[in-house]
Design a protein around this ligand. Sequence first.
Ligand code: HEM
Length: 217
Amino acid sequence: MYFRKSIIAITGLFLCLFLIVHLSANSILVLPQEVARGLYNSYSTTLRESPFIKIVAYILYLSIVLHVIYALVVTVNNRKAKRKGYAVNRFRENSSWTSQNMGLLGITVLLFIVVHLANFWARIKLGLGEGVGLDSEGHVDVYKVTYSLFQNSYYVLFYSLLMIPLGLHLYHGLKSAFMTLGFYHKKGLRILAKVSLIYAGIMALGFGIIPIIVFFK
Ligand code: HEM
């Protein structure tokens, strides 16, 4: 059980790091169009062509897969144990709504990621669906793909609203990951809870506001 929870914690922390980089890159989208387009397209071309980033991308995909599989296994096992009457919720902190529903929140985030990858990754990286053009510099026009998607109010709602479950999942997930890996210092746990709240808040608000700003640009 500890091995499975450690895998969830390590892959989860790696995904948290990815989100910081991803949000920083996506904040280019809120700049005026003349600046944002060139910057976003050249940045994303540089990333796609870098051999180092290609390796990191494979580690990222593997992390998502392992995180989902092990989280499902642990959730199912916890449910079974609960049905048999074993005490799985020993800590007061563990009985919050968020911690009780990490599986549900995780599945909602997974649904978001599947739609998101179909919107961008499948088109840009796999060349599936509607073709993607080039900008005046000859870079793949990722900015246009993003801009067009966020002209659709349903997608704006989808992307913005689903940042609420993402935020809740990240808040509890970040705290739990450090605890699983042995972080139990009493004063440190209070700081960890605050840091997790700030991190999750920045991620949810940051990713949630970008589609709205792009929509009204
Ligand atoms: C405003 C919100 C977001 C925007 C505009 C956005 C934009 C993009 C774009 C354009 C790509 C393709 C990059 C490329 O191949 O050049 C991408 C990939 C990706 N995004 Fe997002 N993203 C957003 C939020 C998120 C969130 C919240 C998550 C996770 C919960 C996420 C996870 C991913 C993943 C896993 C990839 C694949 C990365 C890769 O292949 O290297 N994104 N995103």
